[in-house]
Design a protein around this ligand. Sequence first.
Ligand SMILES: [Zn+2]
Length: 117
Amino acid sequence: MKPRVCCDRLDMLLADAGEKLFSVIANGTGPRRGFFLQARPLDRDVVLPSRATDAVEPSLRRGDGRPASIAVVMELHLSFCPSCGRDLAAWVRAHAVEFDALAREGAPHIMKTPGAG
Ligand SMILES: [Zn+2]
């Protein structure tokens, strides 16, 4: 059973990790533990063109005709629950073991930076 952090809405956001639209992911170890709000405007299985210039809609070009870059995953560190306002950093400090279990579930969904694993 997953540890309870605060409210039903955060439970749902944690359960939606890696899915389209908004989710919350636990990530990090030691002093870098934290919750992240993740936004995905596209489904995970959408295949983007290998070269942006090949198949980008005209509306996704800059004024000079160059293709616009598109962020397909965005993450924001959360200090407080976006639904009920609970102090998430305090919860993490008091529940390291439970947090680490959530972080293991969230790990496959964390945004990868270029050049990272
Ligand atoms: Zn909450």
